[in-house]
Design a protein around this ligand. Structure first.
Ligand SMILES: Cc1ncc(COP(=O)(O)O)c(C=O)c1O
Length: 454
């Protein structure tokens, strides 16, 4: 297929996700054709640093033949069999390995194929668990403003991004919002992180009391919130949230679709911040994207009622825990161990932060925040007042200039204005100073140019 043919067919037949298709009427659709390590290459052979790991996915980087071999071997041995009433060896092996890696008594794994399915499965589990244990009125779920938890109807009801919901309403009832932990824009206690964190956690308690404790099933929190541009938890936040959940019998779901598998230097984000969830949802990095897989890790306590009598979790997905995906996940985790990727993140994260913080000398850089290999850079019109861009400026800045300019400069990252305008970075876990320097250099050039265009 020629480059021209591919463009024509892509424009005629392919529907890109969350994409204004009209914006490609007179522009070329970028076509990524191959990857190697932390780099990808487009249809013209141009090289890019994959500064977003695809979509927070490619932890071990691209082109790992040992994972491809594991997939090929599994396909010839057993390409498919469902987890409906049956098991297969790779699902068993992976479930046990994940249970060993996970914090506390999260010993039961329910596989899915995606993050949205994991998030929605956890909601269904919470609802059925409470029906089985004599609290049938608990169905509501709390989640944070601007947090993204997926797009299927249930997951969308949990997602905190108001703008992506109206076309699909009415959504399943029960989604309730609480404040996020954006300290840069703290409405209260802006000079005290601990007090701010306490307030943000206490808002969860207030929401539970407002809704009626007997009606609330779960609270969904990412260890470090992605959407909005990387909001780490303030000190003490999760400790207080755990207390609140215990007081009111509400389940704590740690949505680690992004934060698990090394993104924050630990297998699970909850381990980094030292809290014990009742359920962890995961996807993305579990296979580094070599095959689709998601799932939830569930505590022994939540599993108990399902171990008795006729109780059955009335939920299933044809491709969940697919033999090839689980074989791929095991090969992926082998690489984590062999190359000590968690150690790589922990030993380089300080350098990553320091390199990005050099950008503070630019007038447009308001805040650099994150942890591990996961950062957001918030852009502002006025550093002193933290004034942000209005909708029109944001549109011109992000869609009109930054997204293209960063890509043209050879850096895949994300310019996002679902909250305030941010650039997000989440490079493969194999990256080191050479890659941080490249990221800094591209951002410096492009953001300097952006400033002149406002
Ligand atoms: C925290 C979180 N939860 C859920 C999802 C949904 O995952 P998926 O796109 O695999 O359905 C995402 C996707 O980015 C996510 O970041």
């Amino acid at each position: 297929m020629t480059i021209e043919q591919a463009q024509e067919e892509a424009k005629r037949n392919l529907w890109l996700h969350f994409t204004r298709m009209s914006s490609y009427q007179d522009a070329e659709i970028p076509v990524i054709v191959r990857g190697e390590g932390p780099y990808v290459y487009d249809q013209h052979g141009k090289k890019y640093l994959d500064g977003l790991s695809g979509l927070f996915v490619s932890q071990v980087g691209h082109g790992r033949t040992e994972i491809a071999e594991a997939a090929a071997q599994q396909m010839s041995e057993l390409a498919y069999f469902p987890l409906w009433s049956y098991a297969h060896p790779k699902a068993i092996e992976l479930a046990t390995r994940l249970a060993d890696l996970a914090p506390g008594d999260l010993n039961r794994v329910f596989f899915t194929t995606s993050g949205s399915e994991a998030v929605e499965s956890a909601w269904k589990l919470a609802k059925q668990y409470f029906k089985l244990t004599g609290e049938p009125a608990r169905y509501k779920v709390l989640s944070r403003d601007i947090a993204y938890h997926g797009t299927s109807m249930g997951a969308l009801a949990i997602t905190g991004l108001a703008d992506i919901k109206p076309p699909f309403e009415p959504l399943p009832p029960g989604g309730v919002r609480v404040p996020n932990t954006n300290f840069y824009r703290a409405p209260l206690f802006a000079d005290d992180k601990v007090k701010f964190g306490q307030w943000a956690a206490d808002e969860i308690e207030r929401a539970i009391l407002r809704e009626g404790p007997g009606s609330v099933a779960a609270v969904y929190l990412e260890p470090l919130q992605n959407s909005g541009g990387c909001f780490p938890p303030p000190p003490g936040y999760f400790e207080r949230v755990r207390q609140i959940c215990d007081t009111y019998g509400v389940l704590l779901v740690s949505d680690e679709v992004i934060c698990a598998f090394g993104r924050l230097g630990y297998y699970f984000g909850s381990q980094r911040y030292g809290y014990q969830p009742d359920i962890i949802t995961f996807a993305k990095g579990v296979t580094s994207g070599y095959a689709p897989l998601g799932g939830m890790l569930v505590s022994d306590r939540l599993m108990e009622p399902f171990n008795e009598g006729t109780a059955t979790f009335l939920h299933g997905i044809t491709f969940a825990g697919h033999p090839v995906s689980t074989a791929v996940a095991l090969a992926n985790l082998d690489i984590f161990e062999k190359e000590d990727l968690l150690g790589n993140v922990r030993s380089h994260e300080g350098a990553f932060r320091a390199t990005l913080e050099k950008l503070y000398d630019l007038p447009i850089v308001g805040d650099v925040r994150g942890d591990g290999y996961f950062y957001g850079i918030e852009m502002v019109k006025d550093k002193a007042t933290r004034e942000s861009f209005n909708d029109d400026e944001s549109e011109r800045l992000l869609r009109g200039f930054l997204s293209h300019a960063l890509f043209d400069a050879g850096l895949v990252c994300r310019a996002d204005d679902r909250g305030d305008p941010v650039i997000q970075l989440s490079p493969p876990l194999i990256c080191n100073q050479e890659h941080f320097d490249f990221i800094e250099q591209v951002l410096r050039e492009v953001l300097t140019e952006a400033w002149t265009r406002i």
